[in-house]
Design a protein around this ligand. Sequence first.
Ligand code: COA
Length: 214
Amino acid sequence: MFEKIKAEIDGIMERDPSAKSRFQVYMFSPGFKAMRAYRKAHRLYERGRFFMAARVSAKARRRTGIEIHPGAKIGEGLFIDHGTGVVIGETTEIGDNCTIYQGVTLGGTGKDKGKRHPTLGDNVLVGAGAKVLGPLKIGNNARIASGAVVLDAVPDNATVVGVPGRVVKINGRKVEKKPAADLDHVHVADPVSMEFCLLRLEIQKIKESMADGG
Ligand SMILES: CC(C)(COP(=O)(O)OP(=O)(O)OC[C@H]1O[C@@H](n2cnc3c(N)ncnc32)[C@H](O)[C@@H]1OP(=O)(O)O)[C@@H](O)C(=O)NCCC(=O)NCCS
């Protein structure tokens, strides 16, 4: 138990440049507090003690601003930085060594039943304010940019940005952007040649009517 707590604190020390000591993390890190409460709530939840689990979870939410449903399945080494406004839904699954910043929602779209929340692989980073919605899979080492809204599965080693989220990098290489049809400045019709075409048609018509004697 003590070893697990120490490993969790060490994980935070590695990823939080502002953490000055283990004691400081133990005393004041909201992510650390929320995770300790979650582990307790999850154990109660697994034993079917749903009311007690909800009680522990609600108390942690009041103290940290982080809401983790006791039913969520979370691996080792999750680092929730700052934490305020983080919501992790009941059927969420999170692999090992993930990082989540403030304002992140791992939630449902409201359209699914049963498994409604995302599954994150290992070493996933979810930036501040990002929303990952639905029972979709986020691959290992994926990076979800701050402010992104992710509605589709994300492959391993991909970076996703924007609303709706789109993959901009994969395995460290940028993904080419497709020009939008109405922004294609290369394949636009030439207005001068279009005018010539119209003029030739008019001349053709005049020639035909003269040939008819009209
Ligand atoms: C996405 C992120 C993880 C960087 O990942 P990366 O794989 O190193 O990606 P890059 O920095 O190479 O950026 C790739 C592209 O995405 C763009 N991008 C990066 N972050 C973005 C964001 N939040 N929103 C929109 N576009 C973003 C970059 O401008 C770049 O665009 P370009 O190809 O047109 O130049 C990082 O930008 C991020 O959002 N981190 C979250 C940090 C955070 O939440 N901090 C809170 C601290 S309190």
